[in-house]
Design a protein around this ligand. Sequence first.
Ligand code: H2B
Length: 143
Amino acid sequence: MVERLSAEARKQALNGLPGWTDTPGRDAIARTFTFKDFNEAFGFMSRAALVAEKSDHHPEWRNVYKTVEVVLATHDAGGVTSRDIDLAKAMNAIAKAARRGLIRPKLSCSRGATSPVLRNIRRGDLPRPPGALAMATETYDGI
Ligand code: H2B
């Protein structure tokens, strides 16, 4: 099991992590990311989610429009460990790429406009068998 960092080691690690701070009243670190719009924020979250799942280390986070508030702690250890520092570093790198427009959901369109892809999809183009939504929900519940 991975060990909690000492106060000194955590301080040192935070020095190399722009934007991240201690969380008052809790052994955890936090950062609020702000992006250009929802698309950019969600692109960041999608990519970060893949890293989190792959490393079996998951963030506590909250998204409102273009901001993503992240708190990292290792629940099994009851505090901040090297796993949180690694994920924080990855998130900073992903946020940089997202801001440079390198990570965006594919079907993006500016607010109020319709993308060429969506404009060309007509009612009835997409197959929608009866019960498709229920089936999708069941699949997700099963994961
Ligand atoms: N994420 C975080 N942040 N802390 C953990 O202790 C943790 C986790 N534990 N993701 C993992 C999952 C554990 O529950 C599974 C069983 O490996």
